[in-house]
Design a protein around this ligand. Sequence first.
Ligand SMILES: NC(=O)C1=CN([C@@H]2O[C@H](COP(=O)(O)OP(=O)(O)OC[C@H]3O[C@@H](n4cnc5c(N)ncnc54)[C@H](O)[C@@H]3O)[C@@H](O)[C@H]2O)C=CC1
Ligand SMILES: O=C(CO)COP(=O)(O)O
Length: 330
Amino acid sequence: MVEKIAMIGGGSWATALTKILSENGAQVGWWLRSKDDVQHLLRTRHNPRYLSSVAFDLNRVFPSTDLKEVVEDADWLVLAVPAAFVQGALDKLDRDALRDKRVISAIKGMIPGKNVLVTDYVAERFRLDVEQLGVVAGPCHAEEVALEKQSYLTIGGPDLELAEDFCQLLRNRYVKAHPAADLDGIEYCAVMKNIIALTCGIAHGLGYGDNFQAVLVSNAVQEIRRFLYALSPNQRDLSASAYLGDLLVTAYSQFSRNRTFGNMVGRGYSVKSAQMEMNMVAEGYYAVKSIYELNKKLKVSMPITNAAYHILYEKISPAVELEILKEKLK
Ligand SMILES: NC(=O)C1=CN([C@@H]2O[C@H](COP(=O)(O)OP(=O)(O)OC[C@H]3O[C@@H](n4cnc5c(N)ncnc54)[C@H](O)[C@@H]3O)[C@@H](O)[C@H]2O)C=CC1
Ligand SMILES: O=C(CO)COP(=O)(O)O
């Protein structure tokens, strides 16, 4: 049986996942916001804006701006727009539109303003059972998928059968995938590692070196552990690649949007100008605010998140804030 997937989003990650899934034989209805991009894809088989070297087989990939049609036709829905655009993107769908679907979030962010995880938002908005949900996690940059470099993904979800089914759709010569039962922990960690990567970028932009970054990342693991424990004290091995691996790749990779954005801020760009310079979205910018606000109740010690918040939302100088932060790390 050919699996039918609705891919929501026209950015790098949606493009990479569409490549993996369609090359494995799935039929992918691909919703993109822009009519021009859909026309371009239909004409040339390439996404003009992201990973434009990848050619799609239009017998299996069906780009469209008609969200309802794309969703109606699918067994699976894969969300791959930045979290800030989830509400807008799904706006036109009825509350029952996802009733019989399996829904996978590939998003590493929270809904700004609501400060909720994407899976929690989708479950509430479409009255879904948690067993219908999963997340795509793990250290994996879209750019390396385009180059077919060896990569590993984790599919997190309470229904391990659903997670394993989605793993099977992903596995290929260069992608290994495995299921994991932790939904919330994986999703929160994916949100938080973006804040850390952004802070690593700020430090780098200010001239801090590898020695400092290693200490920053070590302290970050402890900060993430404290926060996750306060939210959901389940047993989880934070050294697994869905957690630590994702933190490392984002903190160190030249491809990281969050690190690049932070680096610009460290070098003196304003938040606005750094955002305008990038044709991509750094989720960490929004995540800082959500996690900072959530932590007002939890009161976990989070020096790195606090420093990033002060820089990005209270306009405190990155140099001053890093001077304060460096005294708190060990
Ligand atoms: N790029 C990557 O390597 C990976 C990304 N992710 C996650 O995937 C999600 C999507 O990120 P990327 O594909 O990297 O995005 P991107 O930064 O490559 O592209 C930006 C995306 O935002 C869309 N967009 C901009 N304004 C919009 C609006 N008003 N309404 C709807 N969409 C709008 C653009 O069309 C484009 O799809 C994020 O949560 C990210 O953390 C997860 C793993 C890897
Ligand atoms: O999550 C990612 C890689 O696993 C992508 O991180 P960036 O958004 O910082 O590029």
